[in-house]
Design a protein around this ligand. Structure first.
Ligand code: NAD
Length: 262
């Protein structure tokens, strides 16, 4: 017999969100909390971490740069201790990287973008998987981008890192499926907030046009003609960790209002 849809996640679900002190990560972390999960976050920004701790004094939060293997090792030791194990990893940390023509990209900026966006996810995955296996099941959500599916001119290191995340997600889903671990990527589109304003501003400057005109050009790239919100992305994360997502693995799920091109 058909069952009614059941929303939300299991109460007490143990969730780790990287870069959870602000932006999309914070909204995801708070949405999991609102559904009764236990959430630990990390971030590199001490001021943002303080803001999180004030709002959520009972939730563990530590400073960790995901691009540093030793920071990540310490993060997972702390998570295993504070949460008593792990059921969900949300691999969210990522930086925008440079906006520049290929010949103008500084190799150090290339390396830093790949270090945070791709290597950082790998460092977290290799420490999360033993905990998820010990839990007997689990879910991994790798935050990619629609730039992991579409070409993104003048943003080469970002696009390369996000395409790699999609490949890593699909491969890992096959590897971990029989352990009861589901692995998916969420591909946010153009998300409202300070980060996209910075990207739009940089591109407007490159082209010598105004911010508003550039913003309109971005909106025209979407079928819905608008940006999405961090909450839209958080809703997908919770959905994937709920009973409604129980058979979804190895997928790259866009939350983008249908971005047609970048
Ligand atoms: P953001 O730039 O607002 O940063 C969020 C948090 O990440 C900050 O608190 C920052 O301190 C932290 N952070 C940065 N580098 C870190 C590191 N090395 N280790 C730990 N924490 C770090 O980011 P956002 O817009 O919330 O994006 C979150 C994720 O979503 C990223 O992976 C990003 O690529 C992806 N995404 C964002 C958009 C968008 O339009 N904002 C679109 C597509 C995908």
């Amino acid at each position: 017999m058909a069952q009614p849809l059941v929303g939300g996640v299991r109460s007490g679900l143990r969730v780790l969100v990287t870069a959870g002190a602000s932006g999309i990560g914070r909204v995801m972390a708070e949405t999991f909390l609102a559904h009764g999960a236990r959430v630990m976050i990390c971030d590199v920004d001490e001021a943002a971490l303080d803001g999180w701790r004030k709002a959520h004094p009972d939730q563990p939060a530590i400073r960790a740069d995901v691009a540093s293997q030793s920071d990540v090792d310490a993060l997972f030791e702390a998570a295993a201790h504070a949460l008593g194990g792990l059921d969900v990893l949300v691999n969210n940390a990522g930086i925008a990287g440079p906006t520049a023509a290929v010949e103008d990209i500084d190799p150090d900026e290339w390396r830093r973008t790949i270090d945070v966006n791709l290597n950082g996810q790998f460092y977290c995955l290799r420490r999360a998987v033993p905990l998820l296996k010990a839990a007997g099941n689990g879910a991994i959500i790798n935050i990619a981008s629609v730039a992991g599916r579409l070409g993104y001119a003048w943003r080469l290191p970002y696009a390369a890192s996000k395409w790699a995340i999609v490949g890593m997600t699909e491969s890992l889903s096959i590897e971990l499926g029989r352990d009861g671990i589901r692995v998916n990527a969420i591909l946010p589109g153009i998300v409202e907030g300070p980060r996209i304003d910075k990207v739009i501003g940089a591109r407007a400057q490159e082209l010598g046009i105004g911010f508003e005109e550039m913003r309109q050009r971005y909106l025209e790239k979407t079928a819905l003609g608008r940006m999405v919100t961090p909450q839209d992305v958080a809703n997908m994360a919770v959905f994937l960790c709920s009973s409604m997502g129980a058979s979804i693995s190895g997928q790259a799920l866009s939350v983008c209002g249908h971005v047609i091109s970048l």
